[in-house]
Design a protein around this ligand. Sequence first.
Ligand SMILES: Cc1cc2nc3c(=O)[nH]c(=O)nc-3n(C[C@H](O)[C@H](O)[C@H](O)COP(=O)(O)OP(=O)(O)OC[C@H]3O[C@@H](n4cnc5c(N)ncnc54)[C@H](O)[C@@H]3O)c2cc1C
Length: 365
Amino acid sequence: MGLSAARALAGAGWQVTLLDQDAIPNPRGSSHDQHRLIRHAYGAERGYMAMVDQAFAAWDRLWAELGACHYVPTGVLAMAEAAGGWLAASRAALREAGHQVQDLAPETLPARLPMLAATGLADAFHTAPGGVLLADRILAGLVRRCAAQGVRFRQALVRAVDPEHGRATLADGTTLAADLMVVAAGPWLPRLLPAQPVRASRQVIVMLEPPPALRPAWAAAPMLLDLAEDGGFYAVPPVAGTTLKLGDHRFAPAGDAEDPRAASPAEAEEILALARRRLPGLEQYRLLEARACYYDVTADERFILAPLGARGWVMGGFSGHGFKFGPLLGEALARAVADPTLASLLPAWAAGLSPPPPGLLPSGV
Ligand SMILES: Cc1cc2nc3c(=O)[nH]c(=O)nc-3n(C[C@H](O)[C@H](O)[C@H](O)COP(=O)(O)OP(=O)(O)OC[C@H]3O[C@@H](n4cnc5c(N)ncnc54)[C@H](O)[C@@H]3O)c2cc1C
């Protein structure tokens, strides 16, 4: 979010300094990984579903600036063990908005995707748009792009922020002043702005190598969203030299972004257990790595993109679904800074609760 905001603000003529406690891209950041997913299916959240088209357009603008596209379309397969719920809500919202949704009889899935078992499945659908954003390549590209735009990078821990006056106090006691301050601290936000309704949540991901017989099927597989009652899992297929990744979207009751990233065997097993009934023979997959990443969550999973004091903005609460919107939100912030009439309208749009205010997006989007 910080890189995206810096890119957009520099593009709008601001002189930008990016402060990060670690080297950027930061391997401890929420954004740092091989991949992140982008998809239209959003349950009943029509606002975020609509924002996905706006996000795709923003990614296209970024690819044009980078001279490279870091997106691999895979399609989306959503499955559930009960009819109704998130799948039915997604299907209804998608169709209402004119998206193509292919309903699939669960028992036909293993013939299409031999890594799957249909046991217990009640519902499934496929959508063609959607796929994998190659996150670490995107971050590296954004760093290069920001540097080319004159953004200055400074490695420093910010101890305190004063958005009213645009001041940041660094760990060494130095105070920096700016006309505009954007706080995009990911899961560290509760440390910097404790009044914001955001908390860190520890999320474990496991990287696997499929057995040789299943590798071609996995290489061509869609992203998998398994919506089980007791908390399903998602699978990111191995594309463009990345590994197969499994994770889940249940929030951890506690967590701090400074905690160690190594995941215990028990934590890895929790994810594998969620996937075992859907991916038979999981014990034949090689476990390459298990580690933790931190979400910055709000209670209702809605984003916070809002003015803060006289000179500040906060970007946070991305609740495990913010990456796909990074360039879009960075551009939106820069526009709202340039046009104060947009500022009061941005929070509801970013929370998925209202359409984009007129003038926020480039025409045609
Ligand atoms: C496992 C996992 C899977 C996810 N999957 C998806 C997905 O499929 N699709 C999707 O859209 N989203 C997904 N997300 C969510 C998405 O990745 C995040 O919402 C997004 O990357 C958040 O970006 P950010 O810039 O806010 O935070 P970060 O990337 O964490 O960046 C915050 C930066 O601020 C710096 N910082 C914080 N405090 C200070 C301080 N006091 N001083 C100096 N520097 C500081 C940190 O060092 C860090 O580099 C996922 C997240 C995780 C963890």
